[in-house]
Design a protein around this ligand. Sequence first.
Ligand code: FES
Length: 576
Amino acid sequence: MASNPSDESKLRSGRWFDPDSLRGFGHRSRLKGMGYDDQDYRGKPVVAILNTWSDLNTCHSHFPERVQEVKRGIWQMGGFPVEIPVMSLGEMMMKPTTMLYRNLLAMETEEALRCHPIDAAVLMGGCDKTVPAMIMGAISADLPAIFLPAGPMLKARWKDQTLGSGSDAWKYWDERRAGNLCDEAWGEIENCIARSAGTCMTMGTASTMAAIAESMGLTLPGASSVPAVISEHSRLAVATGRRAVQLAQEKLCPSDLLTPESFDNAIVTSMAIGGSTNAIVHIIAMARRAGFDLTLERFDELSRTTPVLANIRPAGKFLMEDFFDAGGLTALLKQLGEHIQGSCQTVNGSTLAENIARAEVIDPDIIRSTGDPISPTGGTFVLRGNLAPSGCIIKPTAASPRLLEHTGSAVVFDTYAELKAKLNDPDTGITPDSVLILRNAGPQGGPGFPEWGMLPIPDHLLKQGIRDLVRISDARMSGTSYGTCVLHVAPEAAVGGPLALVRNGDMIQLSIKERRLDLLVDDQELAQRRKSWSAPKPKYERGYGAMFLKHVTQADAGCDFDFLHHGEETPDPEIY
Ligand code: FES
């Protein structure tokens, strides 16, 4: 968005506040009605703080305090702070899934920036989808913007165990279903597993996306690893506010920073941290907003050469607080050496290489070197085959090695409700070699692409000590989940992808070595089955849900709305 087509040296907000006109009078008089003098804002950069706080976003409960700290930084540098609340996507409470609303927050971010007298913005997000959503919106608005990550929670302790939110909740829930955990112990875990404000403290989607934002140059250096409730996080908030004022003066926009190399850095970072599988969908969506036609092929290429260096759950052993103490993301990026393109510009005015030059690894078990990685190749693999012609993904570092080359017979569930109803029914016949399939759980089918991809293990197998099966779906899974879960199968079943044609007892072959997923049924038989297939009835006939179903793209295209991809510039509003 051009700041001011007639005079690039002027502030954009001046279009609202400078003119000696009825409108200018109205804008100024209403600020005065709020108690501000000319000295507070005239001629000063107006910095919006887009705040995704809500009482039902458990991960952002420290944002009311942080907002004041961001404002302090903005005042310090001679800016005028304005807080603008935007939709809060709290992962734990929102149903059916926050992914249904990622694009809505992206639209709100873009339009809130465009329609107000704003010269720069601080984007306050953290819980999973808030990160890509705000960045997608800021890329499309193309006003100077800097991201402030919420930061992870402190790590939790239960008896002598260190607990990670998400991952350990799944783990102990399985133990409870297996009969190994009493009510009292389960209650104790509930009391302690979420220890503070902040995002999930594993390398889940929130920490992954924060790291990606930093690797793309959209945060201050080191910002993505700082725990939510320590004093460094407060100082980070103040510093972010200060920098936002300078961004307004420098008119440094996302389009000045983001290049194809920035997105390569995002991909390499997500692989090297063993990050959430969700990152793939979000990176593609952000890249396409920036005008780069990123495809799964690039993820496949970079995953083959990028080592996993972060020893963080669910792919590793430690938690985000340990990662911060071990040196944080800047240290990890430095360890990556030539895998990272250091010449990319970042929001603090320096290159990525300059930002990480002095970073140090404090604990080499937590942040590994390329010579001693957790895994020699990337954390997320892209698979293809006749069951996923447009691709699917798996996180092998979170899977069981014994299942990475596996052929088994399919047990198919058409809906999550059916899965819940039948999973423990002995007649379903699930064995340790079965391949569980959940379909109609993709962007259209879910709808909204829910995190159902870590299908539960049946109770009778848990009691036998089985903790993993090959599971395939067109859904996503939480970044804190684990297991041999093949996800994001595209095209999804609800639009007629081959997953829709699988029947109970069909043999399915997964080969991580070959990076393939195949349905071992001949083409003639599949053609016959296709003749009898019909699309499920759309769940939403009205409202936002209907718009979502009409315009959402498939997983391999980022699940953005088709009309929000990069294209013609949207004009700045006229002020009559
Ligand atoms: Fe918010 Fe995990 S629930 S980051």
